[in-house]
Design a protein around this ligand. Structure first.
Ligand code: ADQ
Length: 470
């Protein structure tokens, strides 16, 4: 069995002083511990803009896993990460053409860093290693590794949505990006809709088609393309929630509610998460359903993110002002409708807060999956579970539509109505809905996800049928 080499923009090194890794990082590190492996990517450190690129990654060994850490110059980071990845690909792949900002300088930086990564990683790879590249920052990495002569099994997983071709083709270099995907043996998306969008793109752009055995031919290579919906560590999260009542933060929160129903939202501060629309829906709900005034509290826990990208600073102001305005208009002397908190919360406390909440508000405008939706379900008390109010545009809706109340986050009135329905839902309906969702996230958790993807990557190659010219 070959080793597993994982490549991601940021490497979660288990060093003291850094926050504990989330479920995804734990699942990937677990696979590497079992079979040996390398986790390769950016160290999180920057070199001055004038420095030369690093010639050798720093290698940190932890058991059977070696973390290979690359420092990036400020210029590289700015062009590749803040620039092309987060100001072009992130908005566009989240259907936000209005926010996408394309520059040739950023694009050049994107390819430059992918080439640097391939150059530094290639000498460390052994012939039977499996290589698994993660996310939109690193799409060209597979092609760059192939250019170095690597014939290893190469997999790519996109954590964010793959939009329909009318949106993707707004990207001036969309053809190169898709050609980059064709260098892999397995391309994984979050949902069947993403796979469908990919298929429509290759057909329309005449660069490929689906074979009768389910594989795709793209730019003349037969590859596997499929939906591998990412999961959470369900069991561990449920256990954390069961024990969280003793957590001081959870205790304080519970006491401060004074018996009011808790509504919770937990998201990185990002325009894709629909936080402003959610606050507007909550305000509409308070206006329409006066009897809920003073009887519920909405807690929105939102750590700031990507503060170096201008669109995020603008949104931060917008959300803070909106929360302030709603509180100003609707608060009473002894009641504040929204508690808007810009901080991270430890995993155990978070599990406890989810469990306290009667409604989990997960209403992104677009999301690859959204793990908060699954965490909220995992944390509920089976005897008195809360209701998940979920955007139909979150990848998680493909799995959790069996029990969640689905909503269109652009429809503020509709979301307000769904919130009232969630708060008033009788216990037997809540239990029934929750049970169906919990079964799903128990049967397919983050370890199953990682095994499904690695299994596809390891499967012996089938003989490729003669490929018609495309
Ligand atoms: P993200 O956009 O970061 O991930 P999400 O899937 O919701 O979105 O994961 C966020 C994680 O951060 C969750 O585990 C959540 O608990 C945690 N988190 C958020 N706010 C927090 C807070 N205040 N304190 C502590 N923890 C907090 C990207 C894609 C998603 C996809 C994931 C995984 O955008 O669509 O689901 O990758 O593939």
């Amino acid at each position: 069995m070959g080793r597993l080499v994982v490549v991601s923009n940021r490497v979660p090194t288990p060093t003291p002083g850094t926050p504990p890794a989330g479920g995804l990082a734990v699942a990937l590190a677990g696979a590497m511990q079992e079979r040996g492996g390398i986790w390769f990517g950016w160290s999180g450190r920057t070199l001055p803009a004038t420095s030369a690129a690093q010639e050798e990654p720093e290698m940190v060994e932890q058991g059977r896993v070696t973390y290979a850490l690359v420092d990036l110059t400020e210029r590289d980071l700015n062009d590749y990460y803040a620039g092309f990845s987060n100001r072009m690909l992130w908005p566009l792949l989240h259907y936000r053409m209005d926010l996408a900002d394309f520059t040739r300088v950023a694009l050049a930086g994107y390819y430059r860093v992918n080439q640097l990564f391939a150059r530094l990683l290639a000498p460390k790879v052994e012939p039977d290693d499996l290589i698994w590249v993660h996310d939109y920052h690193l799409i060209p990495m597979g092609g760059e590794l192939r250019a170095k002569g690597l014939t290893n099994r190469l997999g790519f997983f996109l954590h964010i949505p793959f939009p329909p071709p009318d949106i993707l083709t707004v990207l001036p270099n969309h053809a190169d990006i898709v050609r980059g995907l064709a260098a892999y043996d397995v391309v994984g998306f979050q949902t069947p809709s993403d796979v469908e969008n990919f298929e429509t793109y290759i057909r329309r752009e005449k660069v490929g088609h689906r074979l009768s055995d389910g594989r795709f031919v793209v730019h003349g290579r037969a590859i596997k393309v499929g939906a591998y919906p990412v999961g959470i560590e369900t069991k561990a999260f449920t256990e954390a929630a069961e024990h969280a009542a003793k957590n001081p933060l959870v205790k304080r929160m519970k006491e401060s509610l004074l018996g009011r129903q808790l509504i919770i939202g937990v998201d990185r501060l990002d325009y894709s998460k629909g936080i402003a629309e959610r606050i507007q829906a909550y305000e509409t709900f308070l206006t329409l359903d006066e009897e809920w005034r003073g009887r519920c509290t909405y807690l929105q826990v939102t750590p700031k993110s990507r503060e170096d990208v201008p669109e995020y600073a603008a949104m931060e102001r917008e959300v803070a002002e909106l929360a302030g305005r709603v509180n100003g208009a609707h608060s009473d002397l002894d009641w504040t409708p929204i508690r808007y908190v810009n901080r991270t919360v430890g995993r155990n406390a978070l599990a406890g807060l989810y469990r306290l909440a009667r409604v989990g508000l997960v209403t992104p405008l677009r999301d690859g999956m959204n793990l908060v939706a699954k965490e909220y379900v995992a944390a509920q008390d089976p005897a008195d579970p809360g209701v998940l109010l979920l955007s139909r545009f979150a990848g998680a809706a493909h799995e959790l539509d069996i029990g969640a109340l689905l909503t269109n986050p652009y429809d503020v009135d509709g979301t307000a109505g769904a919130l009232a329905r969630a708060l008033e839902m009788p216990l037997d309906e809540r239990v029934d809905r929750w049970r169906r969702m919990y079964d799903r996230i128990s049967k397919f958790d983050v370890t199953d996800w990682r095994k499904a993807f690695i299994g596809a990557l390891e499967e012996p190659e089938r003989t490729t049928p003669k490929i018609a010219a495309v």
